[in-house]
Design a protein around this ligand. Sequence first.
Ligand code: ACO
Length: 323
Amino acid sequence: MTLRSVIEGTGSALPRRRVDNAELATMVDTSDEWIVERTGIRTRYIAGEGETTASLAVEAARNALDAAGVAPAEVDLIILATATPDQTFPASATIVQAALGINDCVAFDVAAVCSGFLYALTVADNMLRGGGAKTALVIGAETMSRILDWEDRTTCVLFGDGAGAVVLRAQETDDHDGRGILASKLHADGRHNGLLNVDGGPSTTGTVGKVRMKGQDVFRHAVVNLAQVMREVLELASIDAADVNWVVPHQANARILDATARKLGLDPARVVVTVDRHANTSAASVPLALDTAVRDGRIEQGDLVVLEAMGGGFTWGASVLRF
Ligand code: ACO
């Protein structure tokens, strides 16, 4: 028998306010045409008063628990991936824990920016398979709008807010084709942290700071690194790319999604795309896209699914699982 981490339910949450490209064009020197052509983004959701990373995370977590038919009291691990926590400390995961009425569990945040959900999922998978927990909530949640420079058209048009969550459960299986996470691979290369970062922080400026990015350099690295890590993870799981049912990528830019799929010879119809609706929601983007494709019936139990992401650091990673 092998212990595997199985996704039992998914959930997501979006802020109330939807902002289209035309509205952004009234704020900065941009156009719907430029944004759609260069990024594929048409709309994004922006958090308003009372909406925070933790409040979106709680809503996404509740939806995932409902879908899984799991009671909050059964959760013994919460990992929340975010680059935009409600406060510098405590971890937003503990705010989620309190809101769900869970009095005792392991709860912490993971900071790996856009790859945060892949990092959190991999840590949870290792804890579950190691016996450190049985039922985990793994959440990606962001309010990127709060750290954008709304006068910088090269970054402010790219991001949105939201949250996605999965309920992950340790299950014994003796079936080679059984459900669960089959392999994961993470990377980081801190030499590139100047290409995408926030120009502030508690220990430097004492301020929160704003997102700064050299977009073209990020783009080049993203396509190479994402194709490489997907190959690695498929090899680890001894799976042929042709057998993959769905790729759920980090939703940064439609051109990155197309270029990465082409490099791996993947059918673009098998790539879940939500960047047009949600823009780049950083750590939330993979679980948000996963939940979208599960709820609209595309991803079904038993499908082979690859999740991948890359973000600031650089950090990047992928997981392959049987849903
Ligand atoms: N509206 C109109 N014009 C713009 C805008 C805008 N919002 N932003 C930039 N421009 C202008 C630039 O000023 C430039 O004008 P110039 O030629 O007069 O100097 C021109 O458009 C071209 O700019 P580039 O930066 O060369 O445009 P590019 O085709 O590279 O697209 C983009 C920029 C969309 C940022 C692209 O590089 C990209 O997507 N990079 C990946 C970055 C990313 O997705 N980061 C997210 C986090 S990391 C991750 O998730 C993988």
